[in-house]
Design a protein around this ligand. Structure first.
Ligand SMILES: Nc1nc2c(ncn2[C@@H]2O[C@H](COP(=O)(O)OP(=O)(O)O)[C@@H](O)[C@H]2O)c(=O)[nH]1
Ligand SMILES: [Mg+2]
Ligand SMILES: [Zn+2]
Ligand SMILES: [Zn+2]
Length: 409
């Protein structure tokens, strides 16, 4: 009858009946009490405006609409995770919405992808069918708000024409995803949960908790396990054959510990899943739709030698459904096959392919470009603004796997 809810912050699963609330009445005598769970999660207070007494879960048989404060008796409608106390969108709790996780190692192109993806969704979602897109903002926190943070990216990329560079700082905001709700009439909503972490998190956490002491208590692994579908970004410039060809003209760093291969972390993750996950969890993950999306494809398609490996792919022919005539998923299958063939027959990436294919049962490959060209030395986007190529494809495929109904060809 009920589905468990997955918190998009701490990835704990809980029954919706055991949701907690936050009393935000200023007159509540516990309004200023320290929130130890939130402190533990962030290591410090993420925003002074997030305040109020936590109304603990009670034994209930249905999902409550509100909670009554045990201190001031006021009613609160602000739902929070019973574990980490972050605010949760009501529809995620009540509707059992699904979660699409977008992840990638450092420098895989996440920030630029996210910025362009949301712009494209806002402009083009109608071409896919009646899909609505809505930013989910953190209540009472401008600092953590999806809209504010997205607009900062957007201003940089679209208004100033500057590429977003690899995230350097490790602040508490890297633990707060941008969250968007995708809705379609008659369907449960889907939440896009976008973590633009300073990639080191992704690598180090695995390094520390898996390789060093062998435990699984790390956020990234939990995140992947909890998601209903995954978009996994991979840095095309660290495919060896591509790197060999472009390193000179683009002054790319050598592949090594500071600039690891695109499948470095993925290989470790798969090894971990194979060896350590309990069987039911492993089987669920194996069936999870996963889109392997190679970023920065502009540079590959602009190179006459490299592009020969990719027949029928070129920057001038973007995703077919953008003509408004409907979605034909077989065009995405064809793209996946082209990339699969290039990886196996021309770029000699058989080890990666073997790893993916022996573990995942529901995968697809994509090549996309957020920017459409290589940024110049001053980090300005070629042509002054992004010219995206096949940016929506991974999401469209994943949504088709989650049984979205598109406008059909
Ligand atoms: N040629 C090209 N380079 C890109 C593109 N997207 C990102 N890059 C490059 O990759 C770097 C890292 O991208 P970013 O989005 O910050 O990656 P993140 O660390 O995963 O968030 C940028 O500074 C750009 O130099 C693209 O679409 N085309
Ligand atoms: Mg980034
Ligand atoms: Zn939580
Ligand atoms: Zn109160």
């Amino acid at each position: 009858m009920f589905d468990k809810v997955i918190c998009p912050y701490c990835f704990t699963k809980f029954w919706p009946q055991s949701i907690a609330f936050r009393c935000q009445r200023r007159t509540c005598s516990n309004f200023n009490e320290p929130d130890t769970a939130l402190l533990r999660f962030y290591g410090k207070v993420p925003d002074d405006n997030i305040k109020g007494h936590i109304i603990a879960p009670r034994l209930r048989i249905t999902t409550p609409q509100s909670g009554k404060c045990d201190v001031c008796s006021g009613e609160s409608h602000t739902m929070v995770c019973p574990q980490c106390h972050n605010s949760l969108p009501r529809q995620l709790v009540e509707g059992g919405g699904r979660i699409i996780a977008i992840v990638g190692a450092r420098n895989s192109g996440k920030s630029n992808f996210i910025t362009v993806l949301i712009d494209q969704l806002q402009r083009q979602a109608h071409l896919l069918g009646d899909i609505g897109v809505l930013a989910i903002d953190y209540p009472n926190s401008d600092k953590l708000s999806t809209t504010r943070r997205y607009n900062a990216y957007r201003t940089q990329l679209y208004d100033k024409g500057e590429c977003i560079e690899a995230t350097a700082t490790l602040d508490e905001l890297t633990r707060v995803p941008l969250i968007y709700k995708l809705s379609q009439k008659g369907r449960k909503p889907t939440f896009l949960v976008l973590y633009d972490t300073a990639g080191e998190n992704f690598a180090n956490i695995i390094g520390k908790s898996y390789v060093a002491d062998g435990t699984a208590e790390n956020a990234d692994v939990k995140f992947l396990q909890a998601a209903d579908a995954i978009i996994y970004l991979l840095d095309t410039f660290t495919i060896e054959a591509v790197h060999d060809k472009l390193a000179g003209k683009m002054q790319l760093a050598p592949i090594g510990p500071a600039n690891p291969r695109y499948d470095d972390i993925l290989g470790k993750l798969i090894q971990y899943f194979d060896e350590e996950l309990p069987k039911p969890d492993r089987n669920r993950l194996k069936r999870t739709p996963i889109a392997f999306a190679f970023s920065k494809f502009d540079a590959v398609l602009d190179d006459p030698d490299l592009s020969r490996a990719l027949p029928n792919m070129n920057k001038e022919s973007d995703s077919e459904y953008l003509d408004g005539n409907g979605v034909d998923i077989s065009t995405l299958d064809a793209q996946s096959d082209i990339i699969d063939a290039a990886l196996s027959q021309i770029w000699h990436e058989n080890n990666f392919l073997q790893n993916v294919k022996q573990f995942f049962e529901n995968y697809h490959f994509f090549g996309f470009s957020a920017l459409g060209g290589v940024p110049d030395r001053n980090n300005r986007v070629a042509g002054g603004r992004p010219r995206p190529y096949r940016v929506l494809d991974p999401l469209v495929w994943v949504l088709s796997r989650l049984n979205y109904r598109f406008k059909l060809k």
